[in-house]
Design a protein around this ligand. Structure first.
Ligand code: HEM
Length: 152
């Protein structure tokens, strides 16, 4: 495996990358909204059960599989364009990897928060939780500019 190993399939693999990116982002945009509703519904056992179920499904069906697919396919593209052999011309990719790494951490934090809500705890005030809603949008703006414009 090395530079150019995807050969003529490169663009197909890139298309698959963008498709899974969309699935992953859809999940990342909705998860913090679920958490806001879940937190607002604390104290009402029926509501609490509903949100626990929805959050569990979102994680199992969308978030975890899409996140893994984006990482695996993205790294294949990155290796194809030389991630393992050079840093020449790939500063944008390293910056992008760093932001995606942070976004993956964000998912872990929010899933952790869902687990706290599931046992009736609400560690953050609603305002802070709502501010956390903006993180994926900010990350997408930075990542897409890095991937498409490649400013450095
Ligand atoms: C998980 C780690 C990721 C890696 C290793 C990765 C790596 C790459 C690589 C190497 C390319 C090909 C660039 C080219 O052919 O010029 C690419 C394309 C792209 N990536 Fe990612 N990516 C990752 C995650 C993401 C995420 C999370 C997003 C969006 C939120 C994203 C959005 C895009 C877009 C829009 C393109 C198309 C750029 C173009 O060809 O115009 N990627 N990615």
């Amino acid at each position: 495996m090395g530079v150019g190993f995807l050969g003529e399939y490169y663009l197909w693999v890139k298309a698959a990358h963008v498709i899974f990116v969309i699935f992953w982002m859809a999940g990342l945009f909705i998860l913090p909204r679920y958490l806001v509703h879940h937190q607002d519904g604390l104290g009402d056992p029926v509501e609490e059960d509903r949100w626990k179920l929805r959050e569990g499904r979102l994680r199992r069906i969308i978030l975890t599989p899409a996140m893994i697919a984006v990482w695996v396919i993205g790294l294949a593209l990155a290796i194809n364009i030389g991630l393992l052999v050079t840093i020449q011309g790939l500063a944008w990719l390293h910056a992008k990897l760093f932001v995606v790494y942070l976004l993956t951490g964000y998912q872990a934090v929010m899933v952790g928060y869902a687990k706290k809500l599931a046992v009736g705890k609400a560690p953050w005030p609603g305002r802070r939780l709502r501010m956390m809603n903006e993180v994926p949008a900010l990350a997408v703006i930075i990542i897409v500019i890095l991937a498409v414009v490649k400013p450095f």
